[in-house]
Write a protein that binds this ligand. Sequence first.
Ligand code: ZN
Ligand code: FE
Ligand code: FE
Ligand code: ZN
Length: 276
Amino acid sequence: MRFAPVPDYHMHTPRCHHAIGSVREYAEAALRIGLNEIGMSDHSPMPGGFDAAWRMDRSELTDYLAEVEAVRDEFAGRLTVRIGLEADFHPGSESYVRDMTGAYPWDYVIGSVHYLGDWGFDNPDNLDDWNGRDVEQAYCDYYATVAASAATGMFDIIGHPDLIKKFGHRPAPGSRRVRAAEEAMLDAVQQAGTALEISSAGLRKPVAEVYPHGQMLALAAERGIPFAFGSDAHAPGEVGHAMGTCLGMLAACGITEVVRFDQRQRFPVAIRELVP
Ligand code: ZN
Ligand code: FE
Ligand code: FE
Ligand code: ZN
């Protein structure tokens, strides 16, 4: 990698039923590739048992926190381990999310949109639900929901901000409606003062592209929106995945720093190019 490593703030545990590895294994993987800071951000519980098969149960939160705190303490001085959460933005659950995030000194909360209404559009089990969809409308609805998530002010980082492309469904190239929806989303993020995530996870998905795409990155850079890096690791071997690619994309947009968090306070981390 031609860049000094930055924090990786997006990784999961088996409590979400679709990740493997203990928190210690994620920390060890981070040290092996030379990171000095990571953050765990498992899928948070949702009210009413909503899509319970893809997230931890509320009763597991205490255990999640205990495991991350124990690893944080064990690795202190070698690796900074932050305690975060990937919370869904699903209109109607705002007060539940506020309760949960207010009840513990989280380092950061990632807000992600994985549902449009009850449709889990990024769930491979629901891939058939894309059949016959108006893709342009799905994109517009998605960006409007992401904009609304930022506007709540509940989140520190907006996760994988063009996740809707995950399986490669694309609106007509040059769609003005989609472009307008993207810009409105970025305006909302800028106004809320929230950071965006640059995520390498898309590279491991059918779309085979970083989230967000390069043009959105440039538009975000124009607005001075800060970025946090996330691999969205669901296995220890994915920690730090393609960090160099992501930092290179940021640097190409003239972005000179990413961010880190400590108890929901944001600090800059310079993107440093390594001299060979
Ligand atoms: Zn996940
Ligand atoms: Fe996510
Ligand atoms: Fe995630
Ligand atoms: Zn995720």
